[in-house]
Design a protein around this ligand. Structure first.
Ligand code: UDP
Length: 386
């Protein structure tokens, strides 16, 4: 029987999988995406007025420690070196983020050396918290109350719409604390921005005579997919099951767009940490491509809110309640055959691009191996730790 696969969703998961399946097997791949463009939330497009490359769903900076993933993405287009530097506005002053020696000295009006700052912060850290169980405890354990209140409490409440005590500790572990003047927002070895945007990279991944992409095509679980050997679903897990056990909590982002002459804020990302400011950050995209010259600028204020039925899901909340529902959906998915689930939305995890790509690569390898050896096909791209 000839192999014919359906991939639902054309973000990085879908694009990498299609690319890998056509490399490894003699097969046909159909990709459906319900949006009018490919690329999922990594979609990029040049702004009509200014010509600036805009990350349509918020800033995406490619970072990884894995050379093989870096080499893989670079094989689909040129990336230029880009170091993400973020500033934060808190109570009327601008600071360097992540929390570094510079932030500590600025914030406390000190001239500490690295060793002095470390000792000072140890004095501020909440020692009563031995094993941090949530975002707030983790933050207090790391940096103490003052820095937490200034940079994390308000921003996090706006971003996630709940008390930071309800959120997993893992979220704050995304951001380092440094005792030097390194202001790189990320810690990974390889970092860059694709010269022609992420959409061009994904387009190249699926540029194959056996891959066909259909846009504006919505998938519903009741559809007849019997002509396909296997279906790979990268959309929201709860939507696949028509929300039978309820909705998984997601935050979504809305954007307010502004134009200006020259340079609006002097860097790509300014965070607004005070709870009273309604937006979380302002992102000015021309600074992601400093090698390009643009007279005008375009920038976006980002507002976070709960995801309603008509909104795009962005950030999985993974509160206790969500984890209970997730467990039910996963159990139901495991009982099906002919369909696998992968990617940020289908596994309901806060994943960066390099996580998504790495997982899609290994999932494709496992799938091909299982198919060739007659072993059971993996249902999920991850093993869930609830
Ligand atoms: N965060 C914060 N203040 C900041 C930046 C981040 O409290 O100025 C918290 C917030 O909860 C956020 C999390 O740290 O969701 C992770 O931040 P990151 O910048 O990695 O978020 P992303 O770019 O994925 O939205």
């Amino acid at each position: 029987m000839s192999l014919h696969f359906l991939i639902v969703g054309s973000g990085f998961s879908g694009a990498v999988l299609a690319n890998q399946l056509t490399q490894a097997l003699d097969c046909k791949v159909d990709i459906w995406d319900e949006r009018p463009h490919a690329g999922g939330n990594c979609h990029t497009e040049r702004d009509e007025q200014t010509g600036i490359m805009v990350h349509q769903y918020g800033p995406h900076i490619f970072n990884t420690d894995k050379k093989e993933i870096w080499d893989y993405v670079n094989s689909f287009g040129e990336f230029k070196h880009y170091v993400h530097r973020v500033k934060a506005l808190s109570k009327g002053a601008i600071y360097s983020l992540p929390v570094s020696l510079f932030t500590i000295n600025q914030f406390f009006g000190k001239t500490f050396t690295p060793a002095e700052a470390k000792e000072f912060l140890q004095g501020l850290a909440d020692k009563t918290i031995i094993d941090p169980q949530n975002f707030e405890e983790q933050a207090l354990h790391f940096i103490g109350r003052e820095l937490y209140d200034a940079f994390f409490y308000g921003y996090t409440k706006k971003q996630w719409g709940c008390e930071p005590t309800e959120l997993p500790a893992s979220i704050i572990k995304r951001i380092p604390v440094r005792f030097n003047y390194d202001d790189n927002y990320h810690t990974n070895e390889y970092t860059g921005i694709p010269v022609d945007g992420y959409s061009a990279i994904m387009q190249k991944m699926i540029d194959h005579p056996s891959i066909s992409l259909t846009l504006n095509k919505k998938f519903t679980a009741g559809m007849d997919t019997s002509q396909y050997t296997h279906v790979f679903y990268t959309g929201p897990l709860d939507a696949y099951f028509e929300f039978e056990y309820g909705r998984l909590g997601y935050r979504t982002v809305t954007f307010e767009k502004f134009y200006a002459e020259g340079d609006h804020q002097g860097l790509s990302q300014m965070n607004y940490c005070d709870e009273e400011v309604p937006y979380t950050r302002v992102v000015e995209h021309k600074h992601f491509t400093p090698w390009e010259k643009h007279q005008k600028t375009v920038y976006f204020k980002e507002f976070s809110k709960e995801t309603g039925p008509a909104d795009e899901p962005y950030y999985p909340k993974r509160l206790q309640h969500d984890k209970g529902i997730l467990k039910q959906y996963r159990a139901k998915a495991e009982s099906l055959s002919g369909v696998s689930f992968l990617g940020r939305l289908a596994t309901y995890r806060y994943m960066d691009m390099h996580h998504v790509i790495g997982e899609a690569l290994s999932f494709a390898e496992n799938f091909v191996k299982a198919l060739k050896t007659g072993q059971p096909i993996p249902v999920f791209s991850n093993t869930e730790e609830l």
